[in-house]
Design a protein around this ligand. Structure first.
Ligand code: 5AD
Ligand code: SF4
Length: 453
């Protein structure tokens, strides 16, 4: 940080507030946590009311077009506020700012935006703010800052769960996906650095750590250190006092026996696996450049279930990829039926400029909508059955927050990532408890509190 500038502006930040809106994935959520740490370090205090904040930031996503449209709508709504209060600072960051088309669109059409930065220079944010205060001119900087392999400070969402980045970028180039362009080539963080961060968190009372990467299974592949993801996971799970360890996301092509063995060997590695399928058709998978077949996928699931029978499996599915025919779509339904997913994130294909699939003609909207509905009709009853199987069983649940609908109910998660509702006192948020499961829907399970740890 520029200490001279800090001295000059230290009174400026007194009593000032900030608000951050995050679009997209957990990686972006974590970036927002880093951003909010840096803002609070300057003296800003958080406010929930965006329009009242002195520093308003949008951390953007461009994986699908609707995230982009939503952002444009929300920034536009700030135009009037900026006109009435020109002293407020409006900033835009994140994946969208990493592509010149999206960045130039914001620069050209949104004069109300004062600071633009990217995913690789979050650590420079304080200096970008000083630069803006110094010049009063818009600051645009999406360069890569020098601190690459950092033990970053951040404000985690609470004091018992934290995300830890193990790598950034992606080298897979799935033909529909903009992430490799937006977040760049894959780079793994040094194991010693990651372990130091997790040890610090555990020593400070954190119970659950989620390791983040676009494709965690290729961790270390291009690095000079000789540590694979299963080896890293094994080391982290062995840290004394760590209660729960999660990771996301895994690419099916790289899911190895070694990883499953490590998961099985450690009670604190959550028995939950997110394994994006995308499509069940071999032809579409090939066109998507996914580098596995339906058979490979089903075999990996079988391997997981053979070794860890209680494991819950979720997935991502895209409907309406340009080359998807009715027969291809039926293959997707077929895999869903064969696998029986506990949960799925379902998406309608969204053409993204600069991806390989962008040039392909898209499918009629009504056909895609119809397939999408049929996919949900296939998935939801399975979610229901999977949750129903929990009735009559007892599970450890990490209580995360008070339910939005009922102040007497807390929500939490089993290690298999099932969303649990339980009547309990607010003071138990952050605690691990045992719950007897009594009821279920397709999306939640409900039970009685029986034990507090
Ligand atoms: N259109 C629709 N869904 C997409 N995803 C990524 N790119 C696209 C796109 N262009 C989905 C994939 C991925 C998840 C994070 O987002 O399913 O796994
Ligand atoms: Fe995108 Fe594929 Fe990389 Fe996931 S693995 S971020 S879908 S390119």
């Amino acid at each position: 940080m520029n200490l001279k500038a800090l001295e000059k502006y230290k009174d400026y930040f007194k009593g000032k507030t900030y608000n951050v809106t995050t679009f997209g994935c957990q990686m972006n959520e974590h970036d927002s946590e880093r951003i909010s740490y840096l803002l609070e370090d300057l003296g800003y205090k958080h406010t929930d009311i965006r329009e009242e904040a002195d520093f308003i930031l949008f951390n953007t996503c461009l994986v699908r077009e609707n995230a982009e449209l939503k952002l444009v709508g929300q920034i536009s709504s700030l135009k009037k506020i900026k006109q009435a209060h020109p002293e407020k600072i409006i900033a835009v960051s994140g994946c969208m700012m990493q592509t010149s088309t999206a960045r130039e669109m914001i620069e050209k059409n949104h004069k109300e935006v004062d600071i633009i930065f990217g995913t690789k220079n979050i650590n420079s944010l304080q200096n970008l703010i000083f630069k803006y205060l110094e010049t009063g001119e818009r600051v645009v900087d999406v360069s890569t800052d020098l601190v690459k392999d950092d033990f970053v400070k951040y404000n985690s969402k609470n004091n018992f769960q934290a995300y830890v980045n193990i790598m950034r970028g992606c080298d897979n180039f799935c033909s529909y996906c903009i992430v490799p362009q937006a977040r760049g080539r894959e780079e793994s963080r040094r194991p010693s650095n990651i372990i130091e961060e997790v040890e610090y968190l555990v020593a400070n009372g954190y119970k659950e750590i989620t390791l983040l990467g676009q494709n965690v299974n290729s961790y270390g592949n291009k690095s000079d250190f000789n540590v694979t993801f299963p080896q890293l996971l094994d080391k982290i799970a062995s840290i004394d006092g760590l209660e729960r360890l999660r990771f996301t996301t895994s690419h099916p092509k790289d899911l190895s026996k070694d990883l499953i063995k490590v998961m099985k060997n450690h009670d604190n590695i959550c028995k939950y696996f997110h394994l994006p399928l995308q499509s069940g058709s071999d032809k579409v998978l090939k066109d998507m450049n996914r580098r596995y077949t339906q058979k490979d996928y089903i075999e990996k699931v079988k391997m997981l279930r053979e070794e860890i029978p209680e494991i819950a499996i979720s997935t991502d599915i895209i409907v309406g990829f340009p080359t998807e025919t009715e027969e291809d779509f039926l293959e997707t339904l077929n895999v869903c039926r064969k696998v029986g997913f506990d949960y799925a994130f379902t998406f309608i294909y969204s053409p993204r400029p600069k991806t390989k699939a962008y040039k392909l003609a898209t499918i009629d909207k009504d056909i895609v909508q119809d397939r999408f509905q049929r996919l949900l009709d296939e998935l939801y009853p399975t979610f229901y059955e999977k949750n129903k199987a929990y009735i009559g069983t007892r599970h450890k649940v990490l209580l995360e927050s008070v339910s939005k609908n009922d102040p007497d109910v807390l929500t939490g998660r089993t290690d298999t990532n099932k969303l649990v509702h339980v009547k309990a006192s607010k003071s138990l948020v952050g605690k691990i408890v045992e719950v007897d499961i009594k009821e279920n829907t397709s999306f939640t399970i409900t039970g009685d509190l029986v034990k507090i740890y």
